[in-house]
Design a protein around this ligand. Structure first.
Ligand code: SAM
Length: 291
């Protein structure tokens, strides 16, 4: 019986066998600790009828643990050099499909229709490449995919921002975007020593549980996103100043002031103090004045 891929010794053997050199530009930091992998898999509550989408299998450390628990795993890998490696390391598992693609360009909805007709639920589980953490998470959330949740290893600082509450220094546009679609929790922080090579930042496991309905109801989701992004364009500015300078040319100062009044929001407040409900009210009040 082969040892798990995610041990320092087996990882070294695999890397040597294929003469693999890490590409920093692809965020390649592989996990070499089976305990951490078990914690990630446990956090995702995977059963034998779960379909799992993975981003970036690397040499298959996490993929292997997912394949043992789930019905199926479909994994997107951008680095062609890893394809023969994965074919070899994952050969004991017949429930894994590797797709050679940049996940940001992939049609995930179509893949789900093709591969996940016979599963009860779908989870995304990944040790993400840190250079594209935010675009990948936003793609997964904004495409309204039929997934139950997302469990990912990411930079601790980004996990803190995503899970932040209003009024804290970490709360910003990313917190609102993620919390609009999902409930966010930081599951654990992870030391750099469980990776090879070790990343220069601290890491954390984040769990996003997708809401059945978004956290707030808005007339236009696109406009809601435009409004809260504008409110955080300059964190030191008041909401009024940010909106005046960062919304489109159609929104006039007097109308912005009237919308703030209707939403019962003091124009001197800063974006970081507003709840999702307040941003929703403000977005609808502004939109009404544009029509
Ligand atoms: N899952 C492995 C592990 O935990 O050991 C590797 C994780 S490593 C942090 C990130 C992986 O994502 C690498 O294999 C890298 O080649 C891949 N990757 C980077 N950018 C990607 C993208 N845009 N689409 C798909 N995979 C990507």
């Amino acid at each position: 019986m082969l040892k798990d891929i995610a041990t320092p010794q087996r990882t070294k053997e695999i890397l040597n066998k294929y003469g693999f050199s890490f590409k920093k530009s692809l965020g390649q930091n592989f996990l070499i600790d089976t305990n951490i992998l078990r914690n990630i898999v446990n956090a995702a509550n995977i059963t034998e009828s779960t379909g799992v989408i993975e981003v970036g299998p690397g040499i298959g450390a996490l993929t292997e643990q997912l394949a043992k628990q789930a019905k199926k795993v479909v994994s997107y890998e951008i680095d062609q050099r890893l394809l023969p490696v994965l074919k070899d390391t994952l050969s004991p598992y017949d429930n894994v499909t590797i797709i050679h693609s940049d996940v940001l360009k992939a049609n995930i909805q179509e893949m789900i229709e093709e591969h996940f007709q016979d599963v009860d639920d779908i989870m995304v589980v990944a040790n993400l490449p840190y250079y594209v953490t935010t675009p990948i998470l936003m793609k997964l959330l904004e495409e309204h995919l039929p997934i139950r949740g997302i469990v990912v290893m990411i930079q601790a600082e980004v996990a803190d921002r995503i899970a932040a509450k209003p009024g804290t220094k970490d709360y910003g546009a990313l917190s609102i975007a993620a919390q609009y679609f999902a409930q966010a929790e930081k599951v654990m922080t992870v030391p750099a020593t469980v990776f090879v090579p070790q990343p220069r930042v601290d890491s954390a496991v984040l769990r996003l549980t997708i809401r059945e309905e978004p956290a707030v109801q808005v007339e236009s989701e696109d406009y809601f996103f435009t409004v809260f992004h504008a409110c955080f364009a300059n964190r030191r500015k008041t909401i009024l100043n940010n909106l005046v300078h960062n919304l489109g040319p159609k929104e006039k100062k007097s109308e912005i002031e009237a919308a703030l009044e209707e939403a019962e929001i003091d124009p001197k407040r800063r974006g970081e103090t507003l709840s999702l409900a307040e941003f929703a009210k403000l977005s609808d009040a502004l939109l009404k004045r544009l029509a």
